[in-house]
Write a protein that binds this ligand. Structure first.
Ligand code: SF4
Length: 378
Protein backbone atom coordinates (compact mmCIF):
# COMPACT_ATOMS: atom_id res chain seq x y z
CA UNK A 1 0.00 0.00 0.00
CA UNK A 2 1.24 3.41 -0.95
CA UNK A 3 1.14 6.43 1.37
CA UNK A 4 0.99 9.92 -0.10
CA UNK A 5 2.60 12.95 1.51
CA UNK A 6 1.61 16.46 0.33
CA UNK A 7 3.93 19.31 1.33
CA UNK A 8 2.45 22.78 1.84
CA UNK A 9 5.42 25.11 2.36
CA UNK A 10 3.72 28.18 3.83
CA UNK A 11 3.98 29.50 7.37
CA UNK A 12 3.18 32.89 8.82
CA UNK A 13 6.83 33.10 9.87
CA UNK A 14 9.70 30.73 10.53
CA UNK A 15 10.06 29.24 14.02
CA UNK A 16 13.54 29.47 15.51
CA UNK A 17 14.17 25.70 15.60
CA UNK A 18 12.81 24.88 12.12
CA UNK A 19 14.81 23.82 9.08
CA UNK A 20 11.95 22.53 6.92
CA UNK A 21 11.39 23.88 3.44
CA UNK A 22 8.89 26.59 4.20
CA UNK A 23 8.35 30.19 3.16
CA UNK A 24 7.03 33.16 5.06
CA UNK A 25 3.36 33.55 4.45
CA UNK A 26 2.42 33.65 0.79
CA UNK A 27 -0.31 35.55 -0.97
CA UNK A 28 -3.73 33.99 -1.53
CA UNK A 29 -2.73 33.68 -5.19
CA UNK A 30 0.37 31.63 -4.41
CA UNK A 31 -1.59 29.40 -2.07
CA UNK A 32 -4.27 28.59 -4.64
CA UNK A 33 -1.63 28.10 -7.31
CA UNK A 34 0.10 25.57 -5.09
CA UNK A 35 -3.20 23.79 -4.35
CA UNK A 36 -3.90 23.44 -8.08
CA UNK A 37 -0.34 22.24 -8.66
CA UNK A 38 -0.70 19.53 -6.03
CA UNK A 39 -3.64 18.11 -7.96
CA UNK A 40 -1.70 18.35 -11.22
CA UNK A 41 1.32 16.74 -9.53
CA UNK A 42 -0.87 13.76 -8.57
CA UNK A 43 -2.14 13.50 -12.14
CA UNK A 44 1.40 13.51 -13.53
CA UNK A 45 2.56 10.92 -10.99
CA UNK A 46 -0.43 8.71 -11.80
CA UNK A 47 0.31 9.00 -15.51
CA UNK A 48 3.96 8.16 -14.88
CA UNK A 49 2.97 4.69 -13.68
CA UNK A 50 1.39 4.96 -10.25
CA UNK A 51 -2.25 5.10 -11.35
CA UNK A 52 -4.40 2.54 -9.54
CA UNK A 53 -1.75 1.84 -6.93
CA UNK A 54 -3.47 1.08 -3.65
CA UNK A 55 -3.34 4.03 -1.27
CA UNK A 56 -4.36 3.92 2.37
CA UNK A 57 -2.82 7.07 3.87
CA UNK A 58 -2.65 10.70 2.83
CA UNK A 59 -0.73 13.20 4.95
CA UNK A 60 -0.73 16.98 4.53
CA UNK A 61 2.45 18.28 6.16
CA UNK A 62 4.47 21.43 6.01
CA UNK A 63 4.82 24.18 6.49
CA UNK A 64 1.34 24.78 7.70
CA UNK A 65 -1.16 22.98 5.46
CA UNK A 66 -4.12 24.47 7.30
CA UNK A 67 -3.24 27.72 5.50
CA UNK A 68 -4.91 26.22 2.41
CA UNK A 69 -8.68 26.53 2.20
CA UNK A 70 -10.68 23.42 3.07
CA UNK A 71 -11.98 23.44 -0.51
CA UNK A 72 -8.40 23.30 -1.83
CA UNK A 73 -7.54 20.48 0.58
CA UNK A 74 -10.72 18.67 -0.49
CA UNK A 75 -9.71 18.90 -4.16
CA UNK A 76 -6.41 17.11 -3.38
CA UNK A 77 -8.21 14.40 -1.36
CA UNK A 78 -10.69 13.95 -4.20
CA UNK A 79 -7.89 13.64 -6.76
CA UNK A 80 -6.19 10.90 -4.76
CA UNK A 81 -9.50 9.02 -4.62
CA UNK A 82 -9.98 9.49 -8.37
CA UNK A 83 -6.48 8.59 -9.51
CA UNK A 84 -5.49 5.77 -7.14
CA UNK A 85 -7.12 2.70 -5.57
CA UNK A 86 -8.30 4.26 -2.35
CA UNK A 87 -8.48 1.71 0.47
CA UNK A 88 -10.95 2.60 3.17
CA UNK A 89 -10.66 3.28 6.00
CA UNK A 90 -7.81 5.45 4.77
CA UNK A 91 -6.07 7.73 7.26
CA UNK A 92 -6.06 11.37 6.10
CA UNK A 93 -3.99 13.63 8.36
CA UNK A 94 -3.56 17.38 8.31
CA UNK A 95 -0.99 19.30 10.33
CA UNK A 96 -2.21 22.58 11.79
CA UNK A 97 -1.08 25.25 14.21
CA UNK A 98 -3.28 26.02 17.20
CA UNK A 99 -3.73 29.71 16.39
CA UNK A 100 -5.32 28.96 13.01
CA UNK A 101 -8.29 26.93 14.09
CA UNK A 102 -11.98 27.67 14.60
CA UNK A 103 -14.81 25.13 14.81
CA UNK A 104 -16.36 26.09 11.44
CA UNK A 105 -12.98 25.79 9.70
CA UNK A 106 -12.38 22.39 11.31
CA UNK A 107 -15.83 21.18 10.33
CA UNK A 108 -15.08 22.19 6.74
CA UNK A 109 -11.79 20.26 6.90
CA UNK A 110 -13.63 17.18 8.11
CA UNK A 111 -16.13 17.56 5.30
CA UNK A 112 -13.15 17.80 2.91
CA UNK A 113 -12.03 14.33 4.03
CA UNK A 114 -9.55 14.99 6.85
CA UNK A 115 -10.05 12.44 9.62
CA UNK A 116 -6.90 12.94 11.70
CA UNK A 117 -5.66 16.29 12.97
CA UNK A 118 -2.10 16.91 14.12
CA UNK A 119 -1.58 20.03 16.22
CA UNK A 120 1.86 21.64 16.50
CA UNK A 121 1.84 22.38 20.24
CA UNK A 122 5.63 22.05 20.92
CA UNK A 123 5.32 23.20 24.55
CA UNK A 124 2.79 24.93 26.79
CA UNK A 125 5.38 27.33 28.14
CA UNK A 126 4.33 30.79 26.93
CA UNK A 127 7.73 32.46 27.30
CA UNK A 128 9.45 29.68 25.35
CA UNK A 129 6.81 29.77 22.62
CA UNK A 130 7.26 33.52 22.25
CA UNK A 131 11.04 33.24 22.15
CA UNK A 132 10.79 30.63 19.41
CA UNK A 133 8.54 32.83 17.29
CA UNK A 134 5.45 30.68 17.68
CA UNK A 135 2.16 32.50 17.33
CA UNK A 136 0.23 30.58 19.96
CA UNK A 137 0.29 30.26 23.73
CA UNK A 138 -1.30 27.76 26.09
CA UNK A 139 -4.86 29.18 25.76
CA UNK A 140 -4.79 28.73 21.97
CA UNK A 141 -3.70 25.09 22.38
CA UNK A 142 -6.66 24.30 24.63
CA UNK A 143 -9.05 26.25 22.41
CA UNK A 144 -7.84 24.44 19.27
CA UNK A 145 -8.01 20.97 20.84
CA UNK A 146 -11.47 21.76 22.18
CA UNK A 147 -12.59 23.07 18.78
CA UNK A 148 -11.26 19.91 17.11
CA UNK A 149 -13.38 17.75 19.40
CA UNK A 150 -16.41 19.97 18.85
CA UNK A 151 -15.93 19.66 15.09
CA UNK A 152 -15.99 15.87 15.49
CA UNK A 153 -12.30 14.91 15.23
CA UNK A 154 -11.86 11.63 17.06
CA UNK A 155 -8.23 11.12 16.06
CA UNK A 156 -6.10 13.95 17.41
CA UNK A 157 -2.31 14.10 17.60
CA UNK A 158 -0.33 16.64 19.58
CA UNK A 159 3.29 17.32 18.54
CA UNK A 160 5.70 18.33 21.31
CA UNK A 161 9.42 19.10 21.42
CA UNK A 162 11.44 18.06 24.45
CA UNK A 163 14.70 19.89 25.13
CA UNK A 164 13.78 23.47 24.23
CA UNK A 165 15.38 26.36 26.14
CA UNK A 166 13.57 26.93 29.41
CA UNK A 167 12.72 23.26 29.93
CA UNK A 168 12.21 22.23 33.54
CA UNK A 169 11.49 18.58 34.19
CA UNK A 170 8.65 19.00 36.68
CA UNK A 171 6.97 21.78 34.70
CA UNK A 172 7.20 19.71 31.50
CA UNK A 173 5.61 16.67 33.12
CA UNK A 174 2.85 18.82 34.67
CA UNK A 175 2.11 20.39 31.28
CA UNK A 176 2.01 17.01 29.57
CA UNK A 177 -0.39 15.84 32.28
CA UNK A 178 -2.60 18.85 31.60
CA UNK A 179 -2.74 18.04 27.88
CA UNK A 180 -3.56 14.40 28.53
CA UNK A 181 -6.19 15.13 31.20
CA UNK A 182 -7.93 17.90 29.32
CA UNK A 183 -7.89 16.55 25.77
CA UNK A 184 -7.18 12.80 25.89
CA UNK A 185 -5.38 12.99 22.50
CA UNK A 186 -5.36 9.68 20.66
CA UNK A 187 -1.71 10.20 19.74
CA UNK A 188 1.28 12.18 21.00
CA UNK A 189 4.65 12.75 19.33
CA UNK A 190 7.46 13.91 21.58
CA UNK A 191 10.48 14.79 19.49
CA UNK A 192 13.87 15.63 20.91
CA UNK A 193 15.12 19.04 19.87
CA UNK A 194 17.52 18.51 16.98
CA UNK A 195 20.50 20.87 17.27
CA UNK A 196 22.43 19.30 14.38
CA UNK A 197 20.65 21.48 11.85
CA UNK A 198 21.32 25.05 10.80
CA UNK A 199 18.50 26.98 12.44
CA UNK A 200 18.15 30.46 13.96
CA UNK A 201 18.02 28.78 17.38
CA UNK A 202 21.44 27.23 16.82
CA UNK A 203 22.77 30.72 16.06
CA UNK A 204 21.19 32.06 19.28
CA UNK A 205 22.72 29.27 21.35
CA UNK A 206 26.14 29.71 19.75
CA UNK A 207 25.99 33.44 20.42
CA UNK A 208 25.09 32.76 24.06
CA UNK A 209 21.69 34.45 23.78
CA UNK A 210 19.76 31.23 24.41
CA UNK A 211 20.62 28.42 26.74
CA UNK A 212 19.70 24.78 26.28
CA UNK A 213 18.69 22.64 29.27
CA UNK A 214 21.22 20.13 30.60
CA UNK A 215 21.20 16.58 29.22
CA UNK A 216 20.12 15.37 32.64
CA UNK A 217 17.12 17.71 32.64
CA UNK A 218 16.10 16.56 29.15
CA UNK A 219 16.44 12.87 30.01
CA UNK A 220 14.49 13.44 33.22
CA UNK A 221 11.69 15.14 31.28
CA UNK A 222 11.57 12.33 28.73
CA UNK A 223 11.54 9.64 31.41
CA UNK A 224 8.83 11.52 33.25
CA UNK A 225 6.81 11.55 29.99
CA UNK A 226 7.22 7.78 29.57
CA UNK A 227 5.89 7.13 33.08
CA UNK A 228 3.00 9.54 32.79
CA UNK A 229 1.87 8.28 29.38
CA UNK A 230 2.22 4.63 30.41
CA UNK A 231 -0.01 5.25 33.41
CA UNK A 232 -2.49 7.10 31.20
CA UNK A 233 -2.81 4.05 28.91
CA UNK A 234 -0.68 5.08 25.93
CA UNK A 235 1.44 2.59 24.03
CA UNK A 236 4.98 3.78 23.48
CA UNK A 237 5.22 2.26 20.00
CA UNK A 238 8.06 4.25 18.43
CA UNK A 239 10.93 6.14 20.06
CA UNK A 240 9.11 9.47 19.83
CA UNK A 241 5.50 8.33 19.42
CA UNK A 242 2.72 7.27 21.76
CA UNK A 243 -0.79 6.13 20.92
CA UNK A 244 -3.93 4.99 22.59
CA UNK A 245 -4.72 1.41 21.46
CA UNK A 246 -5.77 1.39 17.81
CA UNK A 247 -4.43 4.86 17.03
CA UNK A 248 -0.86 4.35 15.83
CA UNK A 249 -0.07 6.63 12.89
CA UNK A 250 -0.54 4.47 9.80
CA UNK A 251 1.19 7.01 7.60
CA UNK A 252 4.31 7.36 9.74
CA UNK A 253 4.45 3.58 10.17
CA UNK A 254 5.22 3.41 6.45
CA UNK A 255 8.50 5.23 7.05
CA UNK A 256 9.48 2.92 9.90
CA UNK A 257 8.33 -0.27 8.15
CA UNK A 258 10.23 0.51 4.92
CA UNK A 259 7.00 0.83 2.93
CA UNK A 260 6.54 2.99 -0.19
CA UNK A 261 5.37 6.58 -0.23
CA UNK A 262 4.89 9.24 -2.87
CA UNK A 263 5.70 12.85 -1.98
CA UNK A 264 4.06 15.72 -3.84
CA UNK A 265 4.68 19.44 -3.45
CA UNK A 266 8.03 21.28 -3.31
CA UNK A 267 10.79 19.45 -1.42
CA UNK A 268 8.71 16.30 -0.80
CA UNK A 269 10.59 12.98 -0.85
CA UNK A 270 9.31 9.76 -2.41
CA UNK A 271 10.51 6.21 -1.87
CA UNK A 272 9.16 3.54 -4.15
CA UNK A 273 10.71 0.22 -5.13
CA UNK A 274 14.14 1.05 -3.83
CA UNK A 275 14.35 4.43 -5.53
CA UNK A 276 14.28 7.66 -3.65
CA UNK A 277 13.70 11.07 -5.15
CA UNK A 278 12.58 14.54 -4.25
CA UNK A 279 10.52 17.32 -5.79
CA UNK A 280 12.57 20.52 -6.15
CA UNK A 281 12.84 22.61 -2.98
CA UNK A 282 11.95 25.80 -4.85
CA UNK A 283 8.37 27.03 -5.00
CA UNK A 284 8.60 28.96 -8.25
CA UNK A 285 10.60 26.20 -9.96
CA UNK A 286 8.08 23.63 -8.78
CA UNK A 287 5.04 25.61 -9.92
CA UNK A 288 6.51 26.41 -13.34
CA UNK A 289 7.50 22.80 -14.03
CA UNK A 290 4.09 21.52 -13.03
CA UNK A 291 2.41 24.17 -15.23
CA UNK A 292 4.55 22.90 -18.10
CA UNK A 293 3.40 19.32 -17.45
CA UNK A 294 6.75 18.16 -16.07
CA UNK A 295 7.42 16.40 -12.76
CA UNK A 296 10.09 18.55 -11.09
CA UNK A 297 12.40 16.07 -9.39
CA UNK A 298 15.87 17.24 -8.51
CA UNK A 299 17.37 14.29 -6.78
CA UNK A 300 16.99 10.73 -7.91
CA UNK A 301 18.93 8.26 -5.84
CA UNK A 302 19.01 4.60 -6.73
CA UNK A 303 19.92 3.80 -3.15
CA UNK A 304 22.86 1.46 -2.73
CA UNK A 305 21.54 -1.98 -1.53
CA UNK A 306 23.78 -2.00 1.58
CA UNK A 307 22.63 1.47 2.51
CA UNK A 308 18.97 0.53 1.95
CA UNK A 309 19.31 -2.45 4.25
CA UNK A 310 21.03 -0.34 6.92
CA UNK A 311 18.32 2.30 6.72
CA UNK A 312 15.53 -0.28 6.88
CA UNK A 313 17.12 -1.84 9.99
CA UNK A 314 17.56 1.53 11.68
CA UNK A 315 14.02 2.66 10.89
CA UNK A 316 12.63 -0.68 12.09
CA UNK A 317 14.60 -0.46 15.33
CA UNK A 318 12.86 2.84 16.07
CA UNK A 319 9.72 0.79 16.69
CA UNK A 320 9.42 -0.51 20.24
CA UNK A 321 8.23 -3.85 18.76
CA UNK A 322 11.60 -3.98 17.01
CA UNK A 323 12.19 -5.85 13.78
CA UNK A 324 12.43 -9.35 12.44
CA UNK A 325 16.00 -8.97 11.19
CA UNK A 326 15.84 -12.08 9.04
CA UNK A 327 12.65 -10.96 7.25
CA UNK A 328 14.07 -7.47 6.81
CA UNK A 329 17.17 -8.91 5.15
CA UNK A 330 15.05 -11.17 2.96
CA UNK A 331 13.02 -8.18 1.76
CA UNK A 332 16.31 -6.63 0.62
CA UNK A 333 17.75 -9.82 -0.88
CA UNK A 334 20.40 -10.07 1.84
CA UNK A 335 21.24 -12.28 4.79
CA UNK A 336 20.97 -9.56 7.44
CA UNK A 337 22.35 -11.80 10.20
CA UNK A 338 25.47 -12.39 8.12
CA UNK A 339 25.84 -8.65 7.60
CA UNK A 340 25.02 -7.48 11.14
CA UNK A 341 25.41 -10.56 13.40
CA UNK A 342 28.66 -9.29 14.89
CA UNK A 343 27.31 -5.78 15.43
CA UNK A 344 24.14 -7.11 17.06
CA UNK A 345 26.10 -9.36 19.45
CA UNK A 346 28.31 -6.45 20.47
CA UNK A 347 25.33 -4.16 21.08
CA UNK A 348 23.59 -6.92 23.07
CA UNK A 349 26.65 -7.24 25.30
CA UNK A 350 26.59 -3.47 25.83
CA UNK A 351 22.95 -3.77 26.87
CA UNK A 352 21.64 -1.67 23.98
CA UNK A 353 19.84 -4.34 21.95
CA UNK A 354 17.76 -7.33 23.01
CA UNK A 355 15.84 -10.11 21.29
CA UNK A 356 12.23 -10.52 22.35
CA UNK A 357 10.04 -13.20 20.77
CA UNK A 358 12.24 -13.41 17.68
CA UNK A 359 12.43 -9.66 17.20
CA UNK A 360 15.39 -7.42 17.72
CA UNK A 361 14.72 -4.21 19.64
CA UNK A 362 16.37 -1.37 21.50
CA UNK A 363 16.51 -1.84 25.26
CA UNK A 364 14.92 0.83 27.43
CA UNK A 365 18.37 2.02 28.50
CA UNK A 366 19.38 2.53 24.86
CA UNK A 367 16.51 4.94 24.12
CA UNK A 368 18.48 8.07 25.05
CA UNK A 369 21.52 6.92 23.05
CA UNK A 370 19.68 5.61 20.00
CA UNK A 371 21.79 7.74 17.64
CA UNK A 372 24.91 5.93 18.79
CA UNK A 373 23.22 2.62 18.05
CA UNK A 374 22.26 3.75 14.54
CA UNK A 375 25.86 4.72 13.86
CA UNK A 376 26.87 1.08 14.39
CA UNK A 377 24.75 -0.01 11.42
CA UNK A 378 26.02 2.54 8.92
S1 SF4 B 1 5.06 26.26 11.84
FE1 SF4 B 1 6.17 24.31 11.61
S2 SF4 B 1 6.94 24.28 9.51
FE2 SF4 B 1 6.31 26.40 9.99
S3 SF4 B 1 8.19 27.39 10.62
FE3 SF4 B 1 7.16 26.67 12.47
S4 SF4 B 1 8.01 24.59 12.82
FE4 SF4 B 1 8.57 25.18 10.73
Amino acid sequence: MLGIYAHVPFCVRRCAYCDFFTLPDASDGARSRLARSLVRDLELAARAGLQFREVDTLYFGGGTPSRLDPGEIGAVVESVRRLFEWRDPAEVTLEANPEDLRVAHLEALRAAGINRLSLGVQTLDGATLRALGRLHGEPEVHAAAHAAREAGFDNLNLDLICGLPGLERSKWVDQLGTLVDRHRPEHLSIYMLDMDKQTPLLGEVEAGRAQLPSEQEVLGAFEGSLKLLDTAGYEHYEISNFARPGYRSHHNLKYWLDEPFLGIGPSAWSYIEGRRWRRVADLEGYLKAIDAGRIPDDSIEPVDPDRRLAEAVIMGLRLRDGIDLEACGRAHGRDAWAVYGETVRRLEEQGWLEQVRGRLRLTDTALPVANSVWAEFL
